[in-house]
Design a protein around this ligand. Structure first.
Ligand code: GLY
Length: 357
């Protein structure tokens, strides 16, 4: 059993959600494709071989590119390694790239697909919860430079995304829980049923083999799909997906990217909830709900007080700051996201004090 969400950005494409989905891969690639490069982290080499066998059985010529794990994949040298493989194997504009791995791998694979011959077909097969509900859907691709994350990239939609929940069976529980920070984000900004499902049965909700888990993933992808369908290039609505991310990104930098993304944005969400409460916009109960659900998921909700000057300086540099003004996505209520522009430093500091350890 699988269900399909159609993302209507640019050329519409399917996100197929289910289990044991490799049989869906050849129909997604189509008949015009002859060669496929599967970009995967070296740690997933055995599973990537299975993808290769599936593709070869369907008549495609398949090459594998093993790349470093996590953010180490998102370097220009790694993209160049992939371009060399594509060049030496004479990949044409009608061939394809597959990203098979977590969010860093799919970001890299997307960037390679976007840049090879000015854009070739891309299929994403995310293998982490974060990749499934966020990175692989929506067409943002990119790599990092020494000056910052995602500074080089392109919008390049995939032709299809396979969200095979079986891939999560071997993922460490804390990886899954970290991915839940993005899921909780969708709950607060757009679909509070997600919050109810988590709160009503935490064990089932976080078990990748359960139907509740599948529903939560589908609901999350539906929100992402709705948002990028309206605002593919982040000129407006898509900004709501940055809920909790402004402080979250500053924490990631302060922690030298050793923290999981979800842990950092968990704190970031409590921060903006406090900011909205102090501005008289968000009821106490919704702020408390941030703390209770994130704590139940084992995610952090506080941060050391002495880090504030460093975090503030980083936020001011955040690429999402427009002009001189800091911008935060805040809630006026559940599922009512809005932009708060240029809050005073006093107000930001007051909100931060509410989350200090
Ligand atoms: N991860 C945020 C976005 O795709 O816009």
């Amino acid at each position: 059993m699988s269900n399909t969400i159609t993302v209507s950005a640019n050329n519409p494409y399917p996100v197929i959600i289910g289990r044991a989905l490799l049989g869906e891969l050849a129909p997604l690639l189509g008949e015009k494709v002859a060669k496929v490069l599967v970009i995967h982290p070296v740690g997933l080499s055995a599973s990537a071989e299975l993808v290769k066998e599936t593709l070869e059985a369907a008549g495609y010529e398949c090459l594998l590119a093993g790349v470093p794990d996590s953010e180490d994949a998102k370097r220009v040298e790694v993209a160049a390694f992939c371009w060399t493989i594509l060049g030496q194997a004479d990949f044409t504009r009608s061939d394809a790239v597959i990203g098979f791995g977590g969010g860093s791998t799919t970001d890299l694979a997307g960037f390679v697909a976007a840049t090879w011959l000015r854009g070739v077909r891309l299929i994403q097969i995310p293998t982490t919860l974060l990749g499934m509900v966020d990175a692989s859907v929506g067409g943002k691709t990119g790599i990092n430079t020494s000056e910052g994350k995602n500074l080089v990239g392109a919008f390049h939609s995939p032709s299809g995304v396979l969200v095979d929940l079986d891939a999560l069976q071997t993922l460490a529980k804390n990886e899954i829980l970290a991915g839940f920070a993005e899921v909780v984000k969708y709950g607060f900004i757009a679909d509070p049923v997600i919050l109810d499902l988590i709160e009503n049965n935490l064990a089932e909700a976080t078990d990748p083999s359960s139907d509740v888990f599948e529903e939560i993933v589908s609901r999350s992808i539906q929100i992402k799909s709705n948002v990028v369908g309206v605002d593919f290039k982040e000129n407006g609505l898509r900004e709501i997906l940055n809920y909790g991310h402004t402080l979250g990104h500053a924490i990631e930098l302060a922690e030298r990217y050793k923290w999981r993304h979800g842990a950092a944005i968990s704190i970031g969400m409590v921060f903006v909830a406090e900011l909205a409460r102090l501005a008289g916009r968000l009821p106490d109960a919704v702020v408390d709900r941030h703390r209770s659900i994130l704590t139940a998921l084992g995610l952090p909700i506080s941060y050391p007080a002495e880090k504030w000057p460093q975090l503030l300086a980083t936020m001011k540099r955040d690429k999402k700051a427009r002009g001189a003004n800091l911008r935060f996505i805040v809630l006026d209520d559940l599922a009512k996201p809005t932009v708060m522009t240029a809050p005073t430093e006093e107000m930001l500091f007051a909100a931060f004090q509410e989350i200090t350890a």
